[in-house]
Ligand binder design. Structure first.
Ligand SMILES: [Fe+2]
Length: 499
């Protein structure tokens, strides 16, 4: 059965201020009989002080008083309280304050003193109704503000179990409730129909299965509203389905509160927002799971691709005994140069991978040309010159190597524009390719080849300096020459790594 909303008179505090104690006594008797809580004062100054410290809903005051009249009392009260409902008692109507004063001081009503109090009683009743309305409006506004603040915060919370908890904990104070619970689908275990139950007040439980604290009839009602997506009013509280924008029920919320009629509007607004926040978190969670799956697949693909390329690289190195270890050393020198230029860790990693794979395109060059000890013919040399492009093609097959492919493609370009494959000049050549070119040339000259023996460190330095500004970036050469002052240490590090 639905309960009627009932507001008790004792919920309201009334003050009577009159310098005649007799008036206070008779008024108090009549009003207390109606259930009102009354306090009487004969001294305006102490009444003002009391009103400034405590909350009253209505002030009934006399107009003619000493040391100050009622209008002056109101003037002082209005300095700190503009909301207090005030009824003014006047003597004869000719002695009432001018209407202008009543309006200005926002005195809500006045009546003549008489032995019969019917008129005053009517005014008091109407004042209390008005105060009650204001309270409801204020409560609603306060509730709306709380909801706005709460919802904004809930949207930022993750994971959704925590959101569910916040939803139930935040709504109760807004509607003066103590008992409630929320049940939502457990998205991570949706397949097996798992649900999350969070209760508070008498529904607080450490038990995982809500059926253990909810009786079977209640459980049945919960299932019904979940399926029908309709709000259900019960004797003690209200069951709300949590419905998403796409009209999917993702859970239920149950609240027990005072003034269910008054709280209904707030609850509807809150539940709507709560369902959106939850759904938002659901989608995020699903997206994260999918992203993680995708990322795992991507990582596996990457690993497999790198394994394949690594195998191919070893095949290239195996094809040419003289170049064995070359790629790793180029990677090492390129990263060392990169550090001098304070490159980011990401760029250093790019340089390292570029070093390892810079000659990967040689896979596509026949052994006959690659291992030839005599001077290459023009046609053969043209074939060799294809390896940067072939390498870039192999590497660009996977998106993460797109950047690496571009650097590898240009590692035989020259500053003066006479390099290959595109004849790029100066700054048009990617900076990392320019670093790679110096590291590559250095290690090549420091190694024995089928057609020549390794050069001395001094000779290699001379060659690099000679090529600065034509073959190589002179700034990089300049820095590299300083770096290889410490070549012995570098050689030891390389030897320690088995290179
Ligand atoms: Fe090369």
């Amino acid at each position: 059965m639905r309960k009627n909303r009932f507001v008790s008179s004792s919920d309201y505090r009334i003050m009577i201020l009159d310098d005649e104690m007799g008036i206070i006594d008779s008024l108090s008797v009549i009003l207390r009989r109606q259930g009102y809580e009354i306090e009487g004062y004969t001294d305006p100054m102490s009444a003002i002080e009391k009103l400034s410290m405590e909350h009253y809903d209505l002030l009934i005051l006399d107009y003619f008083m000493s040391p100050i009249h009622g209008d002056k009392v109101v003037e002082r009260i209005r300095e700190f309280n503009s909301d207090l409902y005030i009824l003014l008692l006047t003597g004869h109507k000719d002695m009432a304050p001018p209407l202008k004063t009543i309006k200005m001081l926002e005195i809500q009503g006045y009546c003549e003193k008489s032995d019969r109090f019917e008129q005053l009683l009517l005014l008091v009743e109407s004042a209390i109704k008005s105060v009650s309305q204001s309270r409801r409006i204020r409560k609603f506004n306060d509730g709306l503000n709380s909801i706005l603040n709460t919802v904004a915060r809930i949207y930022q919370i993750q994971p959704y179990e925590k959101i569910a908890e916040e939803i139930i904990l935040n709504i109760l104070p807004i509607v003066n409730g103590r008992n409630g619970f929320i049940i939502v689908n457990d998205i991570l275990k949706a397949a097996d129909g798992s649900e999350i139950f969070i209760g508070t007040g008498k529904f607080q439980t450490s038990m995982k299965d809500p059926a253990e604290i909810l009786n079977s009839r209640f459980t049945e009602q919960i299932r019904q509203i979940w399926a029908s997506k309709q709000i259900l009013r019960l004797d003690a509280g209200i069951l709300f389905p949590l419905i998403t924008e796409s009209m999917q029920a993702i859970g239920v919320l149950y609240i027990e509160c005072e003034d269910m009629e008054d709280s209904m509007k707030l609850l509807k607004i809150y539940v709507h927002q709560a369902a959106s926040a939850l759904n938002n978190a659901f989608l995020h969670t699903i997206l994260n799971i999918k992203n993680e799956e995708l990322s795992n697949t991507y990582d596996q693909l990457k690993v497999r691709y790198i394994d394949t390329i690594e195998a191919l690289r070893l095949a290239v190195d195996a094809k040419d005994i003289y170049t064995r270890g070359h790629s790793d050393r180029v990677a090492y020198f390129a990263v060392r140069i990169g550090r001098i230029f304070n490159l980011t860790e990401k760029d250093l990693e790019v340089l390292r991978v570029c070093g390892i794979f810079h000659d990967i395109g040689k896979i596509g060059i026949s052994d006959k040309i690659l291992l030839k000890t005599e001077k290459l013919t023009d046609i053969e040399f043209e074939e060799i010159k294809k390896h940067p492009l072939k390498g870039a093609y192999i590497l660009s097959a996977i998106s993460i190597f797109k950047e690496i492919a571009l650097i590898v493609k240009s590692h035989h370009e020259r500053i003066d524009g006479t390099g290959y494959p595109e004849g790029l000049k100066g700054g048009d050549i990617p900076f990392l390719s320019r670093i790679l070119a110096v590291a590559d040339a250095f290690d090549a000259m420091m190694s024995d080849r089928t057609y020549r023996s390794r050069l001395s460190l001094k000779e290699v330095k001379n060659q690099l300096v000679k090529g600065a500004g034509t073959q190589f970036d002179s700034n990089i050469v300049e820095k590299f020459i300083v770096l290889i002052e410490d070549y012995d240490q570098m050689a030891r590090e390389l030897a320690d790594s088995g290179l």
